[in-house]
Ligand binder design. Structure first.
Ligand code: GDP
Ligand code: MN
Length: 399
């Protein structure tokens, strides 16, 4: 789960990381009011959306008066901000954060991630702050400093000092850097984060080290033990397809293709996506209905996948061990009877109670395309999708 910049800053600040003074606003009037309340003569107005790259996309604006803040935020509220991280649909701006502008002397990149190779938390830092980490590693790979943390002892002071020296932090400010790094690490560990990113971490003209931007992502599987973090969830920033799935307890990831997938098991779901690509199609989603899925659950999964208007063909691929093909077949029939779909539906069933399942499909009278193997299923789904597209195109041409 992702949270907003202002929320991440508040969390990090509770762990001892210094942040600029700031205030949240839900309307242009409130933004101007909160700036006056804060005082000062220069502010940065920052659109709160779950994505980076806001600066380049017009979501971060420097303002010199409260009237200017009002103007700038009137242009932001209710709009969709499109950055290189949001995809073309963008993300809605419903909150802005007003911050006292700070004089920046230097920008540093700081990130904490889970490093799969070492199975540890890794600190990644670079003198080239402000840039995206992908660009830094492509253009200035030598500037990247990495350190892994031994979980039994935690992040040590000497490691923090080493990182500070490698980043060229002046000796008088090393202690501030140590405090920042340890604060980020403790927040990461204690709150079950999977990512903490401060980009940029800045050194100001008056020798302070401040987190000017902050991003945190949390492990969904550990959210049950952090109700105060769950509370920060903002559905307006999520892919509506994925919020619906999460609310229904389905394991779903939305993708950009046209073939909707209903599969059991994460491994088979991945293999199905690969096979669709191999057959020349693009999957619209990853979906794992899990084991022991009832007909209701299968029907729910189909409705969820069909809710995505990009879906132009449906592929149900079940290899039943704990699952039962007859239940899956019942779910498919139930879903398609209640909500008929106008796209081709391909079903491949194998495993437990497969004969009963096939019988239910055959007797349903629904125009289902059946397949015996995964390859065949993917090929039929792609072929059906293509011929359906051609028919629609020729219909359009006829009009
Ligand atoms: P992002 O583009 O979504 O990563 O948003 P950031 O919060 O990182 O802001 C983008 C850029 O705006 C930063 O890299 C800074 O250069 C600039 N910026 C943000 N806050 C301030 C500030 O208080 N003072 C100044 N001078 N620049 C700022
Ligand atoms: Mn940033």
């Amino acid at each position: 789960m992702d949270i907003h910049e202002y929320q991440a800053k508040e969390i990090l600040s509770n762990f001892g990381v210094a942040i600029p003074q700031g205030a949240l606003a839900y309307s242009p009037e409130q933004a101007a009011y909160r700036a006056r309340e804060m005082g000062g003569s220069r502010w940065v107005v920052k659109a709160q959306v779950h994505a980076g790259g806001r600066g380049k996309a017009g979501g971060v604006k420097l303002c010199d008066s409260d009237a200017e803040i009002q103007d700038v935020t009137e242009d932001m509220f209710g709009k969709k901000l499109v950055t290189h991280q949001t995809g073309p649909e963008g993300k809605g701006i419903y909150r802005v954060y007003v911050e006292a502008a700070v004089p920046i002397e230097r920008e540093i990149y700081l990130g904490l991630v889970l490093d799969r190779a070492s199975q540890r938390v890794m600190i990644v830092a670079s003198r080239e702050g402000g840039m995206e980490i992908e660009d830094i590693s492509a253009e200035k790979p030598d500037s990247i400093v990495r350190a892994t943390v031994e979980p039994a002892v935690g992040l040590q002071e000497f490691q923090c000092r080493e990182i500070a020296f490698a980043l060229g932090i002046a000796p008088a400010m090393v202690q501030q850097m140590v405090r920042t790094l340890r604060g980020c690490y403790r927040a990461f560990r204690e709150l079950d984060a999977t990512m903490v990113e401060v980009n940029p971490l800045v050194i100001t003209g008056d020798d302070r080290i401040l987190a000017l931007d902050a991003k945190m992502t949390f492990d969904d599987n550990a959210l049950f033990r952090h109700p105060q973090i769950s509370e920060l969830r903002d559905k307006s920033q999520e892919d509506p397809r994925e919020s619906r799935a999460a609310d229904r307890g389905l394991n779903y990831v939305g993708l950009d293709g046209h073939i909707g997938c209903i599969v059991n098991g994460a491994g088979l779901a991945m293999a199905t996506m690969d096979t669709i690509k191999l057959a020349g199609g693009e999957p619209a989603n990853f979906l794992d209905i899990g084991g022991g899925a009832t007909p209701e659950r299968v029907a729910k999964a189909i409705r969820l996948v069909m809710y995505d208007k990009k879906v132009q063909a449906l592929l149900v691929n079940i290899f039943a061990g704990i699952n039962r093909c007859d239940w899956v077949a019942e779910g498919v029939v139930q879903a398609l009877r209640e909500n008929p779909v106008d796209v081709p539906v391909v079903v491949r069933l194998a495993g437990t109670n497969v004969e009963e399942g096939q019988k239910i499909l055959a007797e349903s009278g629904l125009p289902l395309i059946r397949a015996a193997t995964l390859n065949e299923a993917a090929e039929r789904a792609v072929a059906a999708w293509k011929s359906d597209m051609n028919q629609q195109n020729s219909k359009l041409r006829a009009i």
